[in-house]
Design a protein around this ligand. Structure first.
Ligand code: MAN
Length: 498
């Protein structure tokens, strides 16, 4: 006979002895099969607490509904010791662990103990339901298996699609890099060309300058001449006015009683002179004034900075005052337009060739900026986390929706969430994916609070579907979405070794 068997017989003997002594004992209750051998009496019918071997109690005290061991190991099948666990074997189904406080409490805890073993004291009769519960469980598990396997198969396709999309983007990135490099070179060349053209135009201006200077010198001579002429005219006008004054005085003050023929004929001639005034008019004076430039000779020099050198334009025919006014307006408007960013800070100068060269350079610059912007966007896209195996890339833009209350809610993967009734409210744009949660932020502002946002919990499913929506706090939405993208290869459930 083996030692183990001897001990078992000893336990039975002790139990019988215990029964005979009137002590309640139900050793087997609440002990997992793997631990049964720890519950055996020694040769003297004693048993040592599992966590405190120095403490020995009569074996009959095991499961006698009185807590003797500090670790509660003597009461695995009753609620006598706090914070201990009752094991139900649940034969034919999955074994369960129940907090010992629920043992013999008059309630059948079928959710854990389908065999009803938690109510062994007889306060209530809990029939064994393990058979039907095992069948139900197997059905559910089968269903889960089918879903997970179908989801896993779909996911594999998504992963292949995502890899294809990534590779397309990578190709575009490579091609854009080459484009940017080519445009960089072209831009450098165009910049040089623009500088060369501007330099050539400046040289041309310098070549034309002597002729221009000559013309200016002649103009200045004319101005000096006409200014002198104007002064002479003014002086003569003054002298004429003074002579007229003398004769007016003579005419008014001479004594007609003196028969002085000289005076009389002078007065008569003056009267005739007054009757036929000279045809000299203000218009002649204004013409002289325009010619000599008045006091504004500096205007000519100022205007030269705005006009193409040597090309005197229509403003030449205008009076100086008008030209000055136009010049002031032009200067003020140019400054305003430059300040508002409508005109470049330094207006293109140097003629059509320079303009063409600058335009070509600017065109290449714009193309380069466009290519760089797209390149940066694609690179950011490639760098962002889109799930294991990049799987959500394949779902980008695909949408699922669910009607709930007065709204239809929608989520488009990696894009946005929305709430539709008569109008559509933005519940957030895709922000990031973290584990099994997709965050959508910065939606339409809530009238009293923050911008709307949505947290989407992703679970494995054989199809993309919006399963549930809620708004736990105003303008904060929670969605539950199933998708094959979240499925893993099916593995049967693992149950704790009891
Ligand atoms: C709308 C909807 C609701 C939201 C309120 C906030 O009615 O977007 O979901 O709670 O606005 O005012």
């Amino acid at each position: 006979m083996r030692v183990g068997q001897q001990a078992a017989w000893a336990a039975v003997a002790a139990w019988v002895a215990g029964q005979a002594a009137g002590a309640r004992s139900a050793v087997a209750h609440g002990i997992p099969a793997g631990k049964l051998e720890l519950y055996q009496a020694d040769a003297n019918g004693q048993w040592a607490c599992l966590g405190h071997p120095e403490i020995k109690i009569p074996f009959a005290w095991v499961n006698d509904d009185y807590c003797d061991c500090p670790d509660g190991s003597d009461e695995p099948g009753t609620s006598a010791c706090p914070d201990t666990v009752f094991y139900c074997a649940n034969k034919g189904h999955i074994a369960g662990k129940l907090p010992s406080s629920r043992v013999n409490d008059g309630l059948c805890d079928y959710d854990v103990c389908c065999d009803g073993s938690d109510e062994w004291a007889g306060h209530v009769k809990c029939e064994n339901r393990c058979k039907e519960m095992a069948a139900e469980y197997a059905k559910r598990e089968n269903e889960r298996r089918r879903t997970v396997e179908a989801g896993w198969a779909s996911r594999s396709k998504l992963v292949t699609k995502a890899a294809g999309l990534r590779s397309t983007i990578e190709k575009e990135v490579a091609s854009l890099r080459a484009t940017v490099a080519r445009l960089d070179a072209q831009l450098a060349e165009a910049e040089q060309d623009a500088q060369r053209t501007a330099f050539a135009a400046e040289s041309e201006v310098r070549r034309v300058s002597p002729a221009l200077e000559h013309t200016r010198a002649r103009l200045r001579e004319y101005q000096t001449g006409t200014q002198a002429l104007r002064h002479t005219v003014q002086e003569l006008q003054a002298r004429l006015a003074s002579a007229e004054q003398i004769l007016t005085t003579l005419r008014e003050e001479y004594n007609p009683n003196y028969n002085d023929e000289g005076v009389k004929s002078a007065v008569k001639a003056f009267a005739e002179y007054l009757a036929n005034p000279p045809t000299f008019s203000d218009e002649h004076l204004r013409a002289v004034e325009v010619l000599d430039g008045g006091d504004d000779a500096a205007v000519l020099a100022e205007e030269d900075t705005l006009e193409c050198p040597g090309a005197r334009g229509w403003s030449d025919v205008l009076p100086t005052g008008a030209r000055r006014w136009i010049f002031d307006q032009k200067t003020a408007w140019t400054a305003y337009l430059v300040e508002s960013g409508v005109l470049p800070a330094r207006p293109a100068t140097g003629g059509p060739k320079v303009a063409v060269a600058n335009a070509q350079r600017d065109k290449i610059d714009r193309e380069r900026n466009d290519a760089t912007r797209r390149l940066d966007g694609l690179q950011r896209d490639l760098d962002s986390y889109l799930g294991a195996d990049d799987v959500f890339r394949a779902l980008k833009g695909e949408c699922v929706s669910l009607e709930s209350g007065e709204y239809i809610y929608e989520m488009c993967f990696l894009d946005k969430t929305s709430q539709r009734s008569k109008t559509t409210t933005n519940l957030g744009g895709f922000d990031r994916l973290e584990g099994d949660v997709m965050y959508f932020t910065h939606g339409t502002k809530c009238w009293t609070g923050p911008h709307r946002s949505t947290t989407v919990h992703l679970v494995c499913g054989d199809k993309n579907a919006l399963l549930e929506i809620s708004e736990p706090a105003m303008c904060e939405y929670h969605f539950e979405v199933s998708t094959p993208a979240m499925c893993e290869r099916y593995t049967p459930p693992v149950h704790d070794e009891l």
